[in-house]
Design a protein around this ligand. Sequence first.
Ligand SMILES: NC(=O)c1ccc[n+]([C@@H]2O[C@H](COP(=O)([O-])OP(=O)(O)OC[C@H]3O[C@@H](n4cnc5c(N)ncnc54)[C@H](OP(=O)(O)O)[C@@H]3O)[C@@H](O)[C@H]2O)c1
Length: 400
Amino acid sequence: MGRALIIGAGGVASVVVHKCCQNSEVFEEICIASRTKEKCDALKEKLEGGKTKISTAYVDADNTEMLIELINSFKPDIVINVALPYQDLTIMDACLATGVDYVDTANYEPLDTAKFEYKWQWAYREKYEKAGITALLGSGFDPGVTGVFCAYAMKHYFDEIHYIDILDANAGDHGYPFATNFNPEINIREITAKGSYIENGKWVETEPLEFKQVYDFPEIGPKDIYLLHHEELESLALNIKGVKKIRFWMTFSEKYINHLTVLENVGMTSIEPIEYEGKQIVPLQFLKAVLPDPASLGPRTKGKTNIGCIMQGVKDGKPLTYYVYNVCDHEECYKEVGSQAISYTTGVPAMIGAMMVMTGKWKKPGVNNIEEFDPDPFMEALNKWGLPWKESFSPTLLEE
Ligand SMILES: NC(=O)c1ccc[n+]([C@@H]2O[C@H](COP(=O)([O-])OP(=O)(O)OC[C@H]3O[C@@H](n4cnc5c(N)ncnc54)[C@H](OP(=O)(O)O)[C@@H]3O)[C@@H](O)[C@H]2O)c1
């Protein structure tokens, strides 16, 4: 069918590449481009020989001109951005200049402020519409599948959804005292930031990790969950009809929180540059360099993730409750693609999102969040491509 340019060669990109190669009818040709070309070449070496033709390239995705040159030479039908959120705008600019569709998994964030909002990317709406190209924002798991879950519930079960709780549980154990499951810099910036949720159309801010509950997850058991700010709250509160309150929760073990508290107290999670031996360094970036590489956790991680949405609303005037979730096994992911479940649960939806746009099922010029598309073909693809979902109409609800 076509060609995809995959930008980034980290944990998530590796899964995207594996999944595109499994789906060679759609992804006939891919180019893996990143700033460390050796990582792209290593992926090519591992997967070459199948039906999907693979090439690699060096690219600095902070440099729009270099991206434009690469796009013009490879001529992809779509760019799959699985580099870091800091590169979203330069990559979107390059897609605009070349008239190519765009998919990502995380919203733009300026390097010097830990702030997640869609305003920078939504500002491209009109330009993308005029250019006739589609941008699909947030096609990972959360954001991503969680938005598709909400759109699916809205389409098939509810007239209005009043309360949404997004629950992200990772019961995986990698055996290290402390490590993050994806890019440590992005992960720690997310957790040490203030929490927030949306109630009656307004953001309510909390202290970092201020709200904690215990939730008994299907197939995983009881876990501590903490309220976090998360980017999909912003778009879902606008795009899902009737939302009065929407919150995002993530599990962290006591051990993880203790390590993080100490690192924070000593200043290691700061993103303010400091002078060290005549050189400017950012403590959080230094911490990233000493922590285990998330890509190395795959062979060590055992256990499962459970990510889903609990919704409460009305259908034909009657109250209705619905829980839809996916359970993913770290060891099975590793067996299949050589990565743990966190990268897997992000990489599979990124491939599916790209497939939706490439096959024309989700072609919609403009800049769109994932819940703005028809959820049905994506839900079907989740079952086919490794992230089957389950549903319940009588889940245990969270505390208010
Ligand atoms: N929606 C979700 O559910 C979800 C969940 C997890 C992660 N994510 C997102 O997925 C993305 C990838 O995460 P990851 O865990 O795969 O991170 P990662 O392992 O750190 O990989 C990032 C990749 O991007 C490359 N890169 C960084 N800056 C670049 C630049 N200027 N030019 C070219 N390449 C550059 C890195 O190159 P080097 O190899 O040289 O460092 C690396 O290969 C992130 O945006 C993350 O926020 C989304």
